[in-house]
Design a protein around this ligand. Sequence first.
Ligand SMILES: *Cc1c(COP(=O)(O)O)cnc(C)c1O
Length: 457
Amino acid sequence: MHAVDIDLVEMTLDVMKYAINRITHRTPELGKPKKYEELRALVGDTITSNGIGGERAFELFRDVLAKATVPIDHPRHLAFVPAAPTRAAIMFDLVTSASSVHGAYWMEGAGGIFAENEAMQWLVSLTGLPAGAFGVFTSGGTAANLSAMVTAREHWRAKDESNIGEKALMITSIGAHSSIKAMAKVIDADVLLIDSEEELKGNELQEAIKGLSPQERKRLFAVVATGGTTNAGIIDDLEGIAAVCNKEAIWFHVDAAYGGGALAAPSVRAQFNGIEQADSITIDPHKWLFSPYDCGAIIYRNPELAKKAHEQEGSYLEIFKDEGAKGFNPADYQIQLTRRVRGLPLWFSLAMHGTEKYSWAVEKGIELAQLAGKMIQADDHVELVRDPSLSCVLFRRLGWEPEDYRNWTYKNHKEGIALVTPTKWRTRDGFETVARFCFINPHTTDNDIRLILDTMK
Ligand SMILES: *Cc1c(COP(=O)(O)O)cnc(C)c1O
């Protein structure tokens, strides 16, 4: 064998060994961030005219850079929305990369897109949307929400030409994810926020619509409900909101980026009733469906409306519309053209484990939240802010100021014990800083919870 080939084989083996080692260790070291200057001093120049060699570059990643990251699948990473991709999905993410599949058009990506769509069919079945509903995998919840908003806005304009010159207006609640407001900027729409920290109810929505001026009412094109708020796991009154949207003929979007995984959990499924009446739904498999980053999904009741909004025209793209290339083109249903077949890792893992294993793993997160709630109630130094919802638990340490929560977070992180971050919860007197758990990893144990609660004593 040529010398260069031997190097390449060795490097491949090193990298695969690292990958296998990483995914078989369920409690990886909890890395700590370092300042740019520190990393720079440790790593030095890596981009040089002749290259530093794969061995050296890999060493730097393994020994320095990876240690300056927090593995989000650590069983005591309970901050933000953590992740816990299955080993099968991670391994297949490597296969997805190695296979060089272009996921925009059926013509090139048929086999990969076919598999993605099998997984998508299962997601769609969880929502209860009627036949004809379908979706596509996106880079995440933000891109999914944006794709839905563009579709809704274009549909609103197509329905009534006099809307073309109007600035669109949408209604959501203060519990909605920050990406809703951020993506409203992208489409230059106004957002009316209903001030309800608990679930948004149909009658509150109806009141808000009644309060609009005729001009504002004309501009109203969509309502965004949340199927599991990121902060507290609260599910809006989807049935009530659906009824209002139906009556008022407004696009009904459900952002279930975090909570959508719980559609697979029989114990809480009824709380999502009404979701089957949505016009579009966002679900992030990279949150609670155990896919590696990045993998979001947008599902439409009527995918043809998405196609009208997103299909791209171009002389070099025309071939994709030929009879010989016919099939499902993911590029037609969301904002991205070239795309990774990022639904493939989910497909492989689902095919390997079966859907019941997924239901088990999601139920486990809900059980952990209930268990943490009981442990908090039994302890003297902490108390629940509200009952756990989905896999989120908000609680307070009696006597603590915001400063104490901050110091506690940093101390646990620095000592490699856990990553748990505080959040804010609205009370009558303003915003209170409280502690928050979000459980995703089914391998988190009651000992992990005990250990963390004890660090608050
Ligand atoms: C996380 C989240 C998003 C954003 O999703 P990304 O995948 O981070 O882009 C949107 N909405 C909700 C409710 C979320 O929890």
